[in-house]
Write a new protein. Structure first.
Length: 77
């Protein structure tokens, strides 16, 4: 299992709430209605990645801390 570091780019977040609906144990909305990570370990890795993929703005960044590999969104080549 990877050790994920999940962050939200608030400048890109459009407050669709898809991440909160997919992984409510990880994401919540802040006072401005933007998504934020409140519990890095609040869901299995597969659910966190599904939440990132569900974001229409691709505002959620998921990195494997053990390898430094960005899992989502895929790095541009």
């Amino acid at each position: 299992m990877a050790q994920l570091k999940t962050t939200v780019n608030k400048a890109k977040c459009i407050a669709s709430q898809d991440c909160v609906q997919t992984a409510p144990g990880v994401f919540q909305l802040d006072d401005e209605g933007k998504s934020e990570v409140y519990d890095q370990r609040g869901a299995p890795d597969s659910v966190i990645l599904a939440a990132a993929r569900a974001c229409p703005a691709k505002a959620i960044i998921v990195v494997d801390e053990l390898t430094g590999t960005q899992l989502f969104p895929p790095p541009k080549k």
